[in-house]
Write a protein that binds this ligand. Structure first.
Ligand code: URA
Length: 433
């Protein structure tokens, strides 16, 4: 088999066989196929797509590229995974909430991808926090606190680890088969019993339309269910950033605030809905009962304590969780002000994600280092009335002072003001089971 022929078949709109897909995944994982050929194939898949059979085959090949996680833990394991958004720090709240309700969460998360943030990058904003635990250490943390969040190791879905990093810098992220196989390949290798998928829909997500988001949800649920897992997808609104904070330290602080009982309403609501669905799938009771449990985990402070314990066991200082003012602050900031009076009618959330990237919160090349202090906090969101000169957001950076003005211009160009208030959009658009 030749990589050249596989690229050509897909470039010309053909269908790849199961053998070709498995040969590519094996060769790329082992380093026999170079990045430039893998990138060419990704771009061909981006343009030509894959049918359901090819997508399922790619998913299983990614799952089988490494070990399947056998943790030997007692009880049911449940996980959630988002398809990627802006300001989406739900895992930092949902995982400790569910764990403190007695269900194990052994979570393998990703880094930032394209304009979206990643849980691993966010957690690494906590000084000393290790996302590279061995399987034994991972199990030990879950045994002690019911939850551990780590990054992908070399022996676990290694094909996705390499492809994910390559897609991030080759503009090949927002492709349905690549998203399905990336997420479900990892989730199936992680071997959880139940999976709740948070499929984002709207200007800040990879799926811009409801039809595409539902199709993505259906594909993922069907691949997962056929592999023997209990899978449910919620389709949620990403036409605006989730919560107010975007950027690694800023988002961890917002998650902590939420675990302390505060936090932005939309963010808290989504966390509660995701946590209740995870608990219900895990058999803890009806959706209403599970929601009450999740609310109590926050109200009682148990979920916050769980996060602090997890951070401590993974090398971080738990005082950062109780006293988030310990997170280093950005050296430079700039307020973005409304140029005129009007309702914030619509925002281009992907561009908002780019604002945080150019301030230093994400990567443009695989080797880029992240500025954990970088990002922004929104003072006003879609639907709010602003007057000329009102602050819409404050931008933060330590490493990219020169980017502040450009970032402010980009944010304003992505913010549409209008004389009428926009219609309120639901947070959860539907579910697929
Ligand atoms: N999250 C993933 O893990 N993979 C994707 O492709 C998109 C979001």
């Amino acid at each position: 088999m030749r990589m050249y022929d596989i690229i050509k078949t897909k470039r010309d709109g053909g269908k790849l066989t199961s053998e070709e897909i498995r040969w590519f995944i094996k060769g790329y994982t082992e380093g026999a196929i170079p990045d430039y050929q893998a990138a060419a194939l990704l771009m061909a898949i981006f343009y030509e797509g894959m049918d359901d059979q090819e997508t399922a085959e790619l998913t299983l090949a990614i799952r089988d590229s490494g070990d399947t996680l056998q943790l030997g833990l007692d009880g049911i394991r449940v996980d959630k995974h988002s398809t990627g958004g802006v300001g989406d720090k739900t895992s930092l709240v949902v995982a400790p909430v569910v764990a403190s309700c007695g269900i194990n969460v052994a979570k393998i998360s990703g880094r930032g991808l394209g304009h979206t943030g990643g849980t691993v990058d966010k957690l690494e904003a906590i000084e000393g926090y290790r996302t590279d635990l061995s399987t034994e250490e991972f199990v030990e943390v879950v045994r002690k606190v019911g939850v551990s969040i780590i990054g992908q190791s070399q022996d676990f879905a290694p094909a996705d680890k390499k492809l994910y990093a390559l897609r991030d810098v080759t503009a090949t992220v927002d492709s349905m088969p690549l998203i399905v196989s990336s997420i479900m390949g990892k989730k199936l290798a992680a071997n959880d019993d139940c999976i709740v998928l948070d499929v984002k829909c709207g200007s800040g997500s990879f799926m811009k339309t409801e039809a595409d988001a539902f199709k993505l949800a259906q594909l993922m649920v069907s691949v997962g269910t056929r592999a023997g897992k209990k899978v449910r997808a919620l389709i949620t609104n990403m036409d605006r950033p989730l919560g107010r904070a975007v950027g690694n330290s800023l988002e961890v602080c917002e998650a902590i605030e939420t675990l302390k009982g505060g936090g932005p309403g939309d963010f808290k609501e989504l966390c509660l809905q995701l946590a209740s669905n995870m608990l219900e799938l895990a058999g803890k009771g009806s959706l209403e009962e599970c929601r009450a449990m999740a609310e109590d985990a926050i109200k009682s402070g148990r979920a916050l304590d769980t996060l602090a314990k997890m951070v401590e066991l993974q090398g971080g200082d738990p005082r950062w969780i109780y006293e988030p003012e310990r997170f280093p602050k950005a050296k430079y900031s700039l307020e973005v002000k409304a140029p005129e009076k009007g309702y914030i009618f619509k925002v281009d959330t992907e561009k908002y994600g780019e604002v945080s990237l150019i301030l230093g919160a994400g990567r443009s090349t695989k080797e880029d280092k992240i500025d954990n202090t970088a990002g922004f906090v929104l003072e006003r969101k879609t639907g709010d009335l602003v007057f000329k000169g009102d602050v819409i957001a404050t931008l933060y950076t330590t490493e990219k002072k020169e980017a502040l003005e450009r970032a402010a211009r980009l944010m304003l160009s992505a913010t549409a003001l209008w004389k009428e208030q926009p219609e309120k959009m639901p947070l959860v658009l539907g579910s697929v089971e």
